[in-house]
Design a protein around this ligand. Structure first.
Ligand code: PMP
Length: 374
């Protein structure tokens, strides 16, 4: 198997699997229990929170604030957006046209409740950060911007964006969906969402960072766990696995760049390839269109040889990607878009196998029936 769909999800690493099994076997106490099994679970939670805080900033100084463990970034994003809106005194929200549905649909909900939601598209702005900051005014309650787009890898300099928004309006809450940027770049923000299954932990675990001084109401009310910010018995096992995966994370900019450069070189030898990821994109996600071959045809052809990639976002499930449009990709090219996303285990040999099969598929479709062509 050649797995090149790491932006959709990653394989849980050995360290994570061991930590989950160990916690299930020996540290399964309820973190709210007063006996020593409860204390042991509480210690796992506290240590994991420190690890997340240190990992978020991507620098030697950890961010200052609280970490709330959630079921994943969909919950973190909803908690951040609805929470920030609930305590907002003004009704303008600035975001982008390339957000993940867990942000975009939450913003739709706020628009229905009367919030003014401004969504900027990268294709319309040479300097995207400047455009976002320009859109912030004295009535802006919230800015929600993703660190890295999951479909093309389009990235923003988050610490710079955060600094400039705060300079423009210190009262504006800044939420960053950092699912695809976590452990790969420096981050900052008042509210930051991350997810375990994109960094070799399991599905079902994520976190929301809440900066010191930022107050948001809980999304889930109940037993008052996690300082009453997120009720529900904490999944100690998944949290232990999440921490282990953070500590064991091996992806590096240099490693990804080597893979990306190899892929770009091999793609440049094929005809009818249009790149949809440009120099503003992270090196671990590469989106390109194979003109004349629809995405599903390419995906299933690669799958025959055990090669797994994606057509844009796994969350869109074949629906037309408005995201690619907002990034300046034509509808026709979006129909044949392929997303390749790396992890540290991928090799240049795997990329060779991918490109050989893409080349064969192009040939087959060219020779083949007209139903595969358009
Ligand atoms: N935001 C982004 C940018 C994502 O890529 C994803 C996962 N596709 C999510 C949010 C949702 O994360 P989760 O699967 O943990 O709910």
């Amino acid at each position: 198997m050649i797995y090149l769909d790491n932006a959709a999800t990653t394989k849980p690493c050995l360290e994570c699997r061991k930590a989950v099994a160990e916690a299930m076997e020996n540290q399964f106490g309820n973190a709210s229990s007063l006996h020593n099994m409860g204390t042991a679970s509480l210690q796992i939670l506290s240590r994991a929170k420190r690890t997340v805080l240190a990992a978020l900033s991507g620098t030697k100084s950890p961010l200052d604030g609280e970490v709330v463990f959630t079921s994943g970034a969909t919950e973190s994003n909803n908690m951040a957006i609805f929470g920030a809106a609930e305590r907002a005194r003004c009704r303008r929200i600035v975001s982008t046209a390339i957000e993940h549905p867990s942000v975009a649909r939450a913003l739709d909900g706020l628009a229905e409740r009367g919030f003014e939601v401004v969504r900027l598209a990268p294709k319309d702005h040479a300097d995207f950060i400047e455009a976002i900051v320009n859109a912030v005014d004295e009535n802006t309650a919230l800015v929600s911007v993703m660190a890295v787009n999951n479909e093309t890898g389009f990235a923003v300099d988050v610490p710079l964006l955060y600094k400039q928004i705060k300079r423009k309006n210190p009262k504006t809450a800044v939420h960053i969906d950092a699912v695809q940027g976590f452990l790969k770049m420096p981050l900052d923000g008042d509210l930051i969402s991350v997810s375990g299954h994109k960094i070799h932990s399991s599905k079902g675990i994520g976190a929301l960072f809440i900066k010191k001084g930022e107050i948001i109401p809980p999304l889930l009310k109940g037993g008052g766990q996690q300082h009453n910010l997120r009720s529900g018995t904490e999944p100690v096992e998944l949290i232990a696995g999440f921490e282990a995966a953070i500590n064991a994370y091996r992806g590096s900019h240099e490693g990804f760049l080597k893979l990306k450069n190899h892929l770009l070189k091999r793609l440049s030898e094929l005809s009818d390839i249009k790149l949809n990821s440009d120099e503003r994109c992270v090196p671990n996600i590469v989106n390109f269109s194979v003109r004349g071959v629809r995405s599903e045809i390419m995906l299933h052809s690669l799958e025959e040889d055990g090669i797994y990639v994606s057509s844009g976002s796994a969350c869109s499930k074949g629906k037309k990607s408005g995201v690619l449009e907002a990034l300046g990709v034509s509808d026709k090219d979006a129909d044949c878009a392929v997303r390749v996303s790396f992890c540290a285990d991928n090799t240049t040999d795997e990329i060779d196998a991918l490109c050989d099969k893409i080349s064969k598929t192009i040939e087959r479709v060219r020779r083949g029936t007209s139903k595969n062509r358009f």
